[in-house]
Design a protein. Sequence first.
Length: 316
Amino acid sequence: MGPMLSVSELEKTYEVRKTAFSNKKTTIRAVDRITFDLHKGKTLGIVGESGSGKSTLARCLMLLEKPDSGVIKFFDQDLLKLKEESLKSLRKDIQIIFQDPYSSLNPRKKILNTLSEPLLFHQIANRQNVNEKAAEILHNVGLDEDSLNKYPHEMSGGQRQRVAIGRALASEPSLLIADEPVSSLDVSIQAQIINLFVDIKNEFKISMIFISHDLNIVRFISDDILVLYKGSIVEMGSRDEIFLHPIHPYTQMLIKASQGEFCAVQEKTDGAITDNGCKYYRRCELADHFCGAKAPNLQGTEEHSVACFKATRHLI
């Protein structure tokens, strides 16, 4: 069986001012030739530092931002070529959960109304049984029926995120995209929400893209992991391969940082790097002038691939 989601050569760039007082602009490649597949029932973890392009990628996959180029195939349908009417019918099958549950919930609506809207719109429930269906959704995300009559401000951060997850599940999607869903929560609550995602994955057999800067969280929930740096994939593979045999210096640094090790980075100040060079050049201890002049391609196998001239020998 082919992949549920197939992304090929996806690109998204922005023109930004170099300084607040200058009209000169520079091009930021937020998503740079991203290619990956996601199979039904699997979870792909996407990890990287702030500014690596994780959230932009998520918004492009949801078509909340239109990519500049590339292909996004969902069950063999190219989303970028579909007309708006066809896209509307597919939107119920792809849902996203954002980082801040409070800003993603309407503060003027009770939880019952928040959950009822997608149920009624997608005809999953009718006026007669919508309350019962909403209560069932709350039960699935670990909340009791009393929460239906509450407003978002009457709930804790963890409870609000559970509601946001429930709303995403209300349309019975095939793919769930979670963009830093626990980073705004207290550490004590994060584990509960992560366990909820694991339960959802096991019970509903739903495919997920789970985005986080925390490798420990990504390792716990993912089947495969994609490591992003400045919009490009630097390493990709199965969860165990990435964690047990990290190859790219950036991945190794992220893992050390997740284990509590202090990682001081001294950036190079020479002018060897060009626009076509490796994006990690200035931070890499292994890099030479060749790395600064040319960017490496992703090489390896489906189980483990890496974009690094100095590290690919470890894949042989």
